[in-house]
Design a binder for this molecule. Structure first.
Ligand SMILES: CC(C)(COP(=O)(O)OP(=O)(O)OC[C@H]1O[C@@H](n2cnc3c(N)ncnc32)[C@H](O)[C@@H]1OP(=O)(O)O)[C@@H](O)C(=O)NCCC(=O)NCCS
Length: 222
């Protein structure tokens, strides 16, 4: 998904560390044919969202991201995000199994205070049910409450799902970054600007966006 600028895209230790696999108890994904994954039936209310709670969550986050994102990240990159901004990272669980995660940061950037979504993953059997929207919306809400004026991220130009998801949340394509990823694919830098109520009293605030998405039908640097 995204590579935090300032980090090398690959580090020697990238492929050395081991991380425990999730115990698959509870909800199980069923492989039907090769390349085809059966959806798991569940109610939205069965998904539990928790903010990053410490070292015991780290292997779960790493495992999901390593499985699903094209960029390799080192353990130092994960730690950078979750140690400094644990309140911006969330995990989604179904019956004890971690099925999705979002990892973010925030800070000063060129006279703005901005949030950055570094990683977002939902495992295949759980996709299309609003879990990513809920994860991202939670992070954005904390960013907004913390004084961020905007949120950015990068997504592969070929990643239709992510582009649709962020488009639905109001992100715009601010820039195209050529050969941004190690696999040679270009990225779009996406940006969400928060309306400033003092400047635009008539515009909806994030709370409205949140309401819209809580039911799912209703969300490099330079
Ligand atoms: C992208 C990803 C996180 C979406 O997770 P998800 O839980 O399925 O997303 P949601 O259910 O919240 O989707 C919300 C909206 O996004 C859009 N969307 C999500 N996946 C889509 C897809 N594959 N194709 C088209 N639109 C999609 C839809 O508009 C959807 O709303 P709808 O279901 O009402 O049509 C998931 O597919 C994933 O983990 N992909 C691999 C990793 C990745 O690409 N991460 C993002 C990197 S930038």
């Amino acid at each position: 998904m995204a590579m935090e600028p300032g980090f090398p895209k690959q580090e020697p230790s990238d492929f050395i560390f081991n991380h425990p696999s999730e115990d698959g108890e509870g909800a199980m994904e069923t492989n039907t044919k090769e390349g085809e994954v059966a959806k798991v039936e569940f109610e939205a209310s069965e998904i539990e969202y928790v903010s990053y709670g410490g070292e015991h969550h780290l292997p779960l986050v790493m495992n999901l991201v390593d499985q699903e994102l094209s960029e390799p990240y080192s353990i130092f990159t994960y730690r950078y995000f979750v140690y400094l901004w644990p309140q911006l990272s969330f995990l989604a669980f179904h019956k004890g199994k971690c099925v999705g995660t979002v990892v973010c940061k925030m800070g000063e950037h060129r006279n703005t205070f901005r949030g950055y979504i570094a990683m977002l993953v939902v495992i295949k059997p759980y996709r299309g049910k609003g879990i990513a929207t809920e994860l991202v919306t939670r992070s954005i809400k904390v960013m907004m409450e913390s004084g961020c004026e905007e949120v950015t991220l990068e997504a592969e130009v070929t990643n239709k799902g992510a582009l649709a998801l962020y488009g639905r949340l109001g992100f715009i394509r601010a820039k195209r970054l050529y050969h941004y990823y190690l696999n040679g694919v270009d990225a779009f830098r996406l940006k969400l600007l928060f309306p400033r109520p003092e400047l635009h009293p008539s515009l909806p605030v994030m709370a409205d966006v949140d309401d819209n998405h809580s039911s799912h039908h209703g969300p490099s640097e330079e």
